[in-house]
Design a protein around this ligand. Structure first.
Ligand code: ADP
Ligand code: GLC
Length: 487
């Protein structure tokens, strides 16, 4: 089975969130399961500069506003993974964030930039590379949403050329643009329809993908159910519940090459499930580095996150006085919402011995926080999968999470019954409010004071197997279902 994965970011070349981690780890896992996989990526400068052996496959007439358009075949650095890279002058040759300018304003021509990505995927399926043609085009999030639409348009002209899969990593980001842009997209006029790319009078890239793709997946079983209801469906619940038979929830995994406490080069001491005492060295190193009081009687809570409404971090800010009063500490790394940034910075300035805040993106520090803290906080309003709680589990850092989306599917609450059954891996709360978060944090203090019980929960978490090989096997089932339909 030949599959091309269409993604807008990939770790470690360019990353704004978990999508980049998935784009880096899922394709190699699929290869290990016997699939023939390639990637299709926009040629941002960081990608064009870092891929290996780029060979120009073809130069195409300018379109979507690109003044020069070339497709390269290359391999990703540090792996054998083949990647097609689109070099589009005027569209992708911008530094920094892949979606927004230095003032964090979304680029006004994003609809052209990502229409090109989807269009190129369909061209590959049409045989742009004479030696490799995908059976399946697998798009990720709204950036790749038009790929299934272009495939459908091509199918109309010349018969079926490839099947398609869309994976939803976050339904809240949909790529919605005014209807005026439709004529620039080169799609058949009747595609601007409720049964097509139209969404409340606008063009929606994500809806296009969800409507035209043969199969849909999202990144956890619980989120797959949640998005079929009005609370989390973001207006697409009707379409998604109508396609429930085509929608699979497949939980993401952890890449042990990147996240492994036994080998992680970014942390102060390496440790494993039977050498947890060395984790304390990491804890001390982080406290020292962050200028926190060197205490070991109350938990250190950690946050590594985009600071957006999704992540529920204003609840952490509200619960913070109680945590500080109990002798607990907080280390936060993140950036985003200006109000949250200021709120956390103010808390750190007022309580430097208890709160440390770093605004920005820092790969090494994210590993240090996950390894060194006692608890990783993920109190999300919604969470399609969530990766930091999976990293926390692997590092013996108890995830404290809200029971929602992939968090509900990956963390087992340390209730007395679950502890007695040897199943507990973290702390789970229900309601999206400060009171319930604060109560859960108090449970963390209580459990932390019982060293043996705490360690049992840590070890149970560390033994969990959230592997990419399992996710890849489930994805291949989805591919097989499509291929059966094709026969
Ligand atoms: P989302 O994709 O919604 O942001 P995930 O939990 O799936 O949430 O993935 C977030 C990824 O981004 C994780 O790999 C996390 O470690 C990383 N990350 C988030 N914020 C930062 C930051 N400020 N610095 C370094 N890594 C970060
Ligand atoms: C999105 C989601 C997150 C998920 C990630 C990777 O960014 O917000 O929950 O883990 O994609 O699938």
């Amino acid at each position: 089975m030949r599959v091309v994965h269409v993604c807008s970011e990939i770790y470690p070349l360019i990353k704004t969130g978990g999508l980049a981690d998935v784009a880096a780890a899922l394709p190699p896992a699929l290869v290990r399961c016997g699939c023939d996989v390639r990637l299709l990526l926009p040629g941002y400068p960081v990608i064009l500069e870092q891929v290996r052996n780029p060979q120009m496959l073809v130069e195409l007439p300018p379109r979507f506003g690109a003044s020069r358009l070339r497709l390269y075949a290359a391999t990703l650095p540090g792996s054998e993974m083949p990647a097609y890279v689109i070099d589009a002058h005027g569209l992708y040759d911008r530094h920094g964030n892949p979606y927004a300018d230095a003032r964090n304003q979304e680029y006004a021509d994003n609809y052209r930039r990502f229409a090109l990505l989807g269009w190129m995927a369909a061209e590959l399926a049409h045989g742009l590379d004479p030696v490799w043609r995908p059976d399946i085009v697998h798009g990720h999030d709204w950036h790749a949403g038009l790929a299934p639409a272009y495939l459908k348009a091509a199918e109309r002209r010349s018969g079926r050329i490839a099947a398609s899969v869309m994976t939803i990593h976050n339904l809240a980001y949909q790529g919605v643009y005014s209807r005026e842009v439709f004529h620039e997209l080169d799609l058949p006029p009747d595609f601007f329809d409720m049964y097509g790319v139209e969404f409340y009078g606008n063009v929606s890239f994500l809806k296009a993908g969800l409507f035209y793709a043969d199969k849909l997946t999202t990144v956890s079983p619980t989120y797959a159910r949640e998005i079929q209801g009005s609370e989390q469906g973001c207006g697409l619940e009707g379409l998604l519940s109508g396609r429930a038979q085509d929608l699979a929830g497949i939980l993401n995994g952890v890449d042990p090459e990147v996240w492994n406490p036994e080998t992680d080069a970014a942390i102060a001491a390496n440790y494993g499930v039977s050498s947890l005492e060395r984790k304390r060295e990491c804890r001390r190193a982080l406290q020292q580095q962050c200028g926190l009081a060197m205490q070991d009687t109350a938990p250190v809570f950690g946050v590594v996150s985009r600071l957006t409404d999704q992540k529920g971090l204003h609840l952490v800010l509200d619960a913070l006085p109680d945590v500080i009063q109990r002798g607990g500490q907080l280390v936060l790394l993140g950036s985003g919402d200006a109000e949250l940034e200021t709120g956390f910075l103010n808390a750190a300035a007022a309580h430097p011995e208890a709160v440390s805040v770093q605004i920005g993106y820092d790969e090494g520090k994210s590993h240090q926080i996950i390894a060194s803290c006692d608890v990783v906080l993920v109190p999300s309003r919604y969470e399609p999968c969530g990766l930091t709680q999976l990293y926390g589990l692997r590092y013996g850092t108890l995830p404290l999470v809200r029971r929602v989306g992939g968090l509900a599917d990956s963390v087992v609450d340390a209730s007395p019954e679950n502890q007695a059954a040897g199943m507990a891996t973290g702390i789970v709360f229900e309601g999206f409010n400060t009171e319930q978060l604060a109560t859960a944090m108090r449970c963390a203090f209580a459990l932390f004071s019982h060293h043996d019980a705490w360690q049992r929960v840590q070890q149970t978490g560390m033994r969990q197997q959230f592997t990419w090989d399992r996710a890849a096997a489930q994805m291949i089932d989805v591919y097989r279902q499509i291929m059966m339909l094709e026969l």
